[in-house]
Design a protein around this ligand. Sequence first.
Ligand code: ZN
Length: 243
Amino acid sequence: MIRVLVFNEFQHEKDPNCRASTIYPEGIHTAIAGFLNKEADLTVKTCTLDDKNCGITEAVLKETDVLLWWGHMAHHRVPDEVAELVYREVNNGMGAVFLHSAHKSKPFMRLMGTDCSLIWRESDDLERIWTTTPSHPIASGLPPYFELPGEETYGEAFGIPTPEDIVFMGWFEGGEVFRSGCTWRRGHGRVFYFQPGHETYPTYYDENVQRVIRNAIRWAAPVYRVQNSMDCPNPPRVHHWGK
Ligand code: ZN
């Protein structure tokens, strides 16, 4: 079983003046957990900004294989210590998937080491998402391209370190392009960023988006997890060539 933890700041959805409150009345995290819970190999928990310590402690992360992160308007309210815990546990082998405006979240910026800036506008553009690395596990089962009838436009230049793979490239009808699906390794952990998911569009109900997120979780699940980074066994030498 892959143990998934979905963090969502859960602020827009509680604002009755925001379209997010009707699209995701119980929060983006609940919508994401809803489709992940249909998978036999995943166990899913959620936490939000208003939980004590964001619901994230060292013990919680030790029991998490892959952390998903959605945040936007309240990145600054996530304690630095929480970002540091996530940073450390990814380096120890935990997987992390950062969604949409989580590009500016504290843990993502800490993991990237750059300012992760981009250009953006909200003009209801159609987005066409191209599968640029179809052989990548995160692209498994995805068509050559798929479309979202409306998304927030994100554009280059995206201030990230050069990704290990660019699995998806987004094109918007206004003409912008964006590296929409990128992978990195950090220490022993795997990191994926996926651009779609603005709170005023029903993006997380889209079947292709859901497939990408499921694939990303399985790809990011740890193969190896550091138990005690200070452990240096220094075994006695057993080979004696020519002696
Ligand atoms: Zn957005």
